[in-house]
Design a protein around this ligand. Structure first.
Ligand SMILES: Cc1cc2nc3c(=O)[nH]c(=O)nc-3n(C[C@H](O)[C@H](O)[C@H](O)COP(=O)(O)OP(=O)(O)OC[C@H]3O[C@@H](n4cnc5c(N)ncnc54)[C@H](O)[C@@H]3O)c2cc1C
Length: 394
């Protein structure tokens, strides 16, 4: 389908959205090619990733999720706005945003910008769902303060030898590769001595320990590197230039992730309201539904603005901390509302839907931590946007 008509769809977002909507809608006569994914949820993150990767493969076969990515990296052209449209339309069709896409949206643009040869090799595989990646930034002693990272990569001929540990890697339990921020300079060099590098999971010396979150799902992992040899051509950007690469990456973490949360959240709010429609809603909760809706729509409006700026090639800086804070507010608000509206069923209900709400509620508790804690985001706004005087150290 698409390669022939891609140019038209790339030129016109509305045409792309309409064509995609028609493609994703359940057909009236023939078999539904998306039936295996529509409204289906899997019990473990490992199964969910595998199923979601299958959905990416199906979208890729028709060219649909290649729109929005550069041709040099296996895409069909277009920009970040096309990808935003894709996530909206998946939700509208009763499908989910594939878990691997959440990480791909953070790492993929960075690979395309700073490591074109690697992007040409790896991105088509990721878009086709043949593999997915983990973002290896955080360590046991460095999360908010990434300039304190210790996982070390030392140059040895045409390779780097990597030793150290990463922690809280989303989808790390099953990811095929880790895109890591590692220390190539001295510890004292802080953010000036960091580099970004792609490390294959199957390299000798890599071991992975899944980390179950409160819901019991292995959403995260610890990754250990024990003298892992990584070819120097796996570097993303210049040696010791990893901080600049990470700042570029952050623009996507602060734009598409909020957009995806808003799209999915509005879909979940519709489901929730549908569940309680016709029954008596406890006092005050009608107002709460309105507030949560307003938070999700606010988030969508804000991230739309950020995505438009990215598409126009404008840098997105510290002001995107607002998007991050709004994401956490919308996500926690939605799930607290579900807990209150579903009442006893939320705690004791045995259906898949109740289980899903419980699991999602647990995950939503991390919204003020993952990708940069709420406290640190507020400090970023105070220091770099409002330029308030620094707090006195006590
Ligand atoms: C569900 C989930 C998924 C994640 N996925 C990934 C991933 O894929 N890849 C990855 O690299 N990391 C990931 N993380 C890690 C996440 O980015 C870190 O947890 C986060 O940046 C905070 O770092 P930390 O855990 O080291 O906490 P710390 O930095 O130790 O912070 C602890 C507390 O101190 C506060 N604090 C720290 N510094 C300051 C300061 N300067 N001013 C005020 N308060 C401060 C924080 O707000 C927090 O409340 C994930 C985390 C979660 C929960």
């Amino acid at each position: 389908m698409i390669p022939e008509t891609a140019a038209d769809l790339v030129a016109d977002h509305r045409a792309y959205a309409a064509a995609l909507r028609a493609h994703l809608a359940p057909p009236r006569q023939e078999a539904d090619r998306f039936a295996g994914w529509r409204g289906v949820r899997h019990r473990t993150t490992e199964e969910q990733c595998a199923a979601d990767a299958g959905l990416m493969g199906e979208l890729h076969a028709g060219g649909w999720n290649r729109v929005g990515w550069p041709a040099e990296a296996g895409g069909l052209g277009g920009d970040v706005r096309h990808r935003a449209v894709l996530y909206d339309e998946l939700i509208a069709a009763g499908l989910a945003i594939p878990l691997p896409s959440l990480v791909l949206e953070v790492l993929g643009p960075t690979l395309a910008r700073f490591a074109p040869a690697l992007a040409a090799e790896l991105l088509p595989r990721a878009l086709a769902g043949l593999e997915w990646w983990g973002q290896g930034f955080s360590e046991p002693e460095a999360g908010s303060d990434l300039a304190g990272l210790r996982c070390r990569a030392s140059r040895d001929g045409d390779a780097y030898v990597v030793s150290g540990q990463k922690l809280w890697t989303s989808l790390g339990a099953t990811a095929s590769r880790f895109i890591c921020l590692v220390r190539t300079g001295t510890v004292e060099s802080r953010h000036r001595g960091l580099s970004m590098i792609v490390i294959d999971r199957d390299s000798p010396g890599v071991s992975v320990r899944p980390v179950a979150i409160a819901s019991g799902r292995n959403e995260l992992a610890e990754i250990f590197f024990d003298d892992v040899r990584v070819s120097a051509d796996r570097l993303v950007g210049p040696e010791d230039g990893g901080w600049g690469v990470a700042m570029y990456l952050m623009q996507f973490e602060r734009s598409m992730y909020p957009w995806q949360v808003a799209a999915a959240g509005l879909g979940r709010l519709r489901d929730l309201v549908g569940t309680v429609r016709g029954s008596e809603v406890p006092d005050g909760l009608t107002t709460r539904i309105g507030e949560v809706y307003a938070d999700l729509v606010t988030l969508r409006a804000r991230s739309a603005q950020t995505i438009r700026r990215l598409a126009a090639g404008e840098p997105v800086g510290p002001e995107a901390a607002v998007d991050k804070i709004a994401t956490a507010r919308a996500e926690t608000g939605l799930h607290d509302l579900a807990r209150e509206l579903l009442g006893t069923d939320f705690v004791l209900g045995g259906s898949v839907r109740h289980e899903e709400w419980r699991e999602e509620w647990w995950y939503s508790r991390s919204a003020t931590i993952l990708g940069g804690s709420a406290e640190v985001q507020r400090t970023v706004l105070a220091d770099h946007v409002l330029r308030l005087p620094k707090e006195m150290a006590s």
